[in-house]
Design a protein around this ligand. Structure first.
Ligand SMILES: [Zn+2]
Length: 158
């Protein structure tokens, strides 16, 4: 048992990234927005300092997201600082859906942060954001599965 157990790593977001996420969410509304997060592990957590928006090509983009395959593959091979995934819930709260959880095994080990955004009430910046860590959970005799653990989220003003 380590001292860190029970204390989730924090996720830090540059304010410019928060603005990009809010803007992309609004641009795509009422469809779901999606894209990848770039950043690096930092002391006590991770710092997300860039966002790459992607086209959502899901057959039902109002309720699902599928990143455009060429943009997705390009990002996987050309973004060494890829650290996470963002998508929006235009019609529901920013909590993982069953489909979100079902999609976790498809993500490579480089994906460590999982952000979900929803439109927020007026006067709160337009974006309600929840952050999760993508963690592996392996049980004896089972294949390892991936789970989401909510993480404290902080926005860096500078
Ligand atoms: Zn979702």
């Amino acid at each position: 048992m380590t001292a860190d157990q029970g204390k989730p790593q924090a996720i830090w977001l540059k304010s410019s990234v928060q603005q990009m996420l809010g803007k992309h969410l609004l641009t795509c509304h009422p469809q779901e927005a999606c894209g990848i997060l770039l950043g690096a592990a930092a002391a006590g957590g991770m710092l997300i300092d860039h966002y790459v928006p992607m086209s959502n090509v899901a057959p039902d983009p109002l309720h699902a997201f599928t990143p455009e395959p060429r943009e997705w593959v390009h990002a996987l091979y050309s973004q060494p600082r890829l650290i996470g995934l963002f998508h929006s819930h235009p019609h529901t709260e920013p909590w993982p859906s069953k489909a979100d959880l079902a999609g976790l095994p498809a993500l490579g080990p480089e994906f460590r942060a999982y952000l979900i955004g929803s439109p927020a009430a007026a006067g709160t910046g337009g974006l309600s954001l929840n952050a999760f860590l993508i963690e592996s959970s392996s049980e004896p005799g089972n294949r390892s599965t991936r789970i989401l653990t909510q993480a404290p989220l902080y926005v860096l003003l500078k």
